[in-house]
Design a binder for this molecule. Structure first.
Ligand code: PGA
Length: 250
């Protein structure tokens, strides 16, 4: 199976003011799109968003590695699926940093998500300090080795999100993005050659209407994970449109 491009939004702990009418245009664009369009929303909003945007993949932003048990406050992948999710993020840098999630934690979540029938976007990315030290490639490939499930499939998606580019308005340069995505693709070929063409690699970090087309034109960039610009149709739709235009060229 050849990978499809994906444009995925991440609402983080936002979106209570979402209006179904506002997102109608995004839902319509996803109808015939040669790309997958997803929105990872707060878990309490999955059911409403799935009903309002049936052509999108609606997802969660985290899940527990276990399917049930004494884990107060957590949600299992099955619970997200029951609410209408078909995709989930694992290992977003905010969770790695603020909730102290390790690569092993992220791997456990990814395995659980796949077992529940969800697709999973596994997030990796280096800090500014790691990049300044010139260790970004080794660091990110190490994160992948620790976070990817042993059994890969096209239901696994990788998002490269340099931490210093998230929510800052700074994007990595095209050369930086090309270098990292190529390194990830080559690494994937080494560890899972049977999946080298089926796993999409998204870029994330201040993707918006202005920079999306240039980012999507970079080899091995198969779409984007979009935070702030995914909250409103007026800023998300142009990113989706840029993805559709690029997919039509491939
Ligand atoms: P941003 O967030 O687009 O607002 O930088 C991206 C993300 O955190 O996934």
């Amino acid at each position: 199976m050849i990978k499809r491009m994906m444009i995925a939004g991440n609402w983080k702990m936002n979106g209570r003011d979402f209006a179904a009418e506002d997102m109608h245009a995004v839902n319509e664009a996803a109808h015939t799109a040669p790309v997958d369009v997803a929105l990872c929303v707060p878990a309490t909003m999955i059911r409403d968003c799935a009903a309002a945007m049936p052509r999108l993949r609606i997802g969660g932003q985290d899940c527990h590695a276990a399917s049930s048990g004494a884990f107060t406050g957590w949600l299992s992948a099955e619970m997200l699926r029951d609410a209408g999710a078909s995709i989930v993020l694992a290992g977003h840098s905010e969770r790695r940093t603020l909730a102290c999630e390790t690569d092993a934690d992220v791997q456990g979540k990814a395995v659980a998500a796949l077992a529940a029938g969800l697709r999973v976007i596994i997030c990796v990315g280096e800090s500014a300090e790691v990049r300044e030290a010139g260790e970004h490639i080794a660091y990110v490939l190490g994160q992948l080795d620790g976070s990817l499930p042993d059994q890969l499939s096209e239901n696994v998606i990788i998002a490269y999100e340099p931490i210093w580019a998230i929510g800052t308005g700074k994007t990595a340069t095209p050369d930086d993005v090309a270098e990292m995505h190529s390194a990830i693709r080559v690494h994937l070929e080494g560890i899972a050659p049977e999946h080298q063409d089926s796993i999409a690699i998204l870029y994330g970090g201040s993707v918006n209407a202005t920079n999306a087309a240039a980012l999507f034109a970079i080899p091995d960039v198969d779409g984007a994970l979009v935070g702030g610009a995914s909250l409103k149709a007026e800023s998300f739709l142009p990113v989706v449109a840029a993805g559709i235009a690029e997919a039509a060229n491939r």
